[in-house]
Design a protein. Structure first.
Length: 230
């Protein structure tokens, strides 16, 4: 038989991919191990890819873990933040853990930094000139501090004279403030209503009492400077 008459070689077909895991219970311990060992939040999509499981199975496993740790008898809980899940200790153990890890100082943001960060969070993307126009003071040093703390980053440049950088918040910002996404930021009108109700409640409780004194710590290197006149 000639080569021309020989049957054509049949191409080997790839082996079928095994189906993804559909049981959340079967992957629950693996999800727990990954989240426990991760230094940051892990997205459900990444868990599904890692464990070759369906999104529904991962969601089921995470929900079970969250329910299991959401009780007063546990020292940790599962938190959804910055688009992913992570284990965190309960706030009532903050003092104990600081003592154990010998943490004596707290990292605080100055009033100027908080004000600038709030403007960026609600107006992003926004440029430095726009921030300074809102605040009325030079905010370059405050912006540098927020950069160093990885709470903000650049987001391109604005197509105007001078092409200033746009700024936006980072995933670290979400983690620092316990937010899953920017949609969880309180609306300004809700803040106004909450402040008004708080003041009204205090006035009803003690109408003649003097308001308590409030001390705000300010970092000296973040002192606001007046804007230079043009």
């Amino acid at each position: 038989m000639s080569e021309a008459d020989a049957p054509a070689a049949v191409a080997e077909s790839p082996e079928p991919r095994p189906p993804r895991e559909t049981s959340g219970e079967r992957i629950r311990t693996a999800v727990e191990a990954v989240l426990f060992s991760s230094p940051g939040p892990v997205r459900e999509k990444d868990l599904a890819d890692l464990l070759d499981a369906t999104p529904a199975a991962v969601a089921e496993a995470v929900a079970t873990l969250a329910a299991n740790t959401d009780s007063e008898g546990r020292g940790i809980r599962l938190e959804k933040v910055a688009g992913g899940w992570r284990f965190v200790t309960r706030p009532e153990f903050d003092g104990l853990l600081r003592k154990f890890h010998e943490v004596t100082e707290r990292t605080r943001l100055s009033l100027a930094a908080l004000e600038t960060l709030a403007i960026i969070a609600y107006r992003q993307p926004i440029t430095l000139p726009e921030i300074q126009e809102i605040r009325g003071v030079n905010s370059a040093s405050v912006l540098k501090t927020l950069f160093e703390k990885k709470l903000i980053t650049t987001a391109g440049k604005k197509a105007v004279v001078g092409t200033p950088f746009f700024y936006r918040t980072t995933p670290d910002f979400l983690m620092r403030f316990g937010l899953n996404d920017l949609e969880e930021l309180p609306r300004p009108e809700d803040l106004d209503a909450d402040l008004a109700s708080t003041v009204e409640a205090r006035e009803i409780a003690a109408p003649t009492a003097a308001p308590p004194s409030i001390h705000i710590e300010s970092e000296p290197d973040e002192a606001d400077e007046p804007l230079a006149e043009g």
